[in-house]
Design a protein. Sequence first.
Length: 302
Amino acid sequence: MFKGIWPAMLTPFDAHGDVDLPALDRLVDHLIAEGAHGLYVCGSTGEGLLMNVAERMAVTERTIQRVAGRVPTMIHVGMIPTRDAATLAAHARTAGADAVAAIPPTFFAYSFNAIRDHYAAIGDAAAIPLFIYNIPSAAAINVTPQMVAQMQATIPNLVGMKWTSPNLYEMRQIIELPNMTVFSGPDEMCLPALSMGVVGAIGSTYNPMTRHFVRLYDAYVAGHLAEAQELQFIANRVIKAWLGHPGALKVMMRWQGVPIGSPRAPLESLPAEREAALAADLLAAGYTYPVAEAQAARQASG
């Protein structure tokens, strides 16, 4: 169940900035049709930390209903208040999620005991598999192999991690702990992480490039390393291109016929007048999915 390419699913918002549930249905269907092995819901890419508890519950329920068992779902329930994170974890279980994940509590300086107790409360409320989401660049906390080993002793349903860090040395130490299932987080390191033993990858670029990364994963599993390398190299050029354009991912999904609105403030939207530049950068990077029609026409004629 827990393996393969899982888009860190974007969350659609309407023109008023509210969660757009019909658009969510279309996005779920699109990602599954493109070959996603699972869906990771309300993470950082999904702007979960910019939504309130009720909104996140609504997204969780609608996603699981729409998935209807076609692929497994992992719900990110991380919040700073332990009580709210535990509430979301319990709700994910009752909604039918296959697992929950959570970033560490952020902003304040926390002792290991505080972090352990935070995860213990989430695990107890969830009563389904719990994954720690280690993203030290954003959470300002690095969950080390030693911390994980100690938490395993007191949190029986702690079964894995989403590892969003370039430190593959520590990642491998966590993989070697008993009964730990590790997903890679950085899209640009999908193949290196697979070679170090992760079961799959969860990431942002897997929204507009699901098929591309599924091909990469399949090539690696089949032992076709040169093909997997070339697919990773192309993906990395595309990632470099879209990272230069805030709000690009939602524009890229609209170009594929899956409109999901704009990012929620304070995240930036991509101004309409910059879409042509995004299209040009993507095409130059080797992006093969649909881009803005006007720019695509200019590229073809040039």
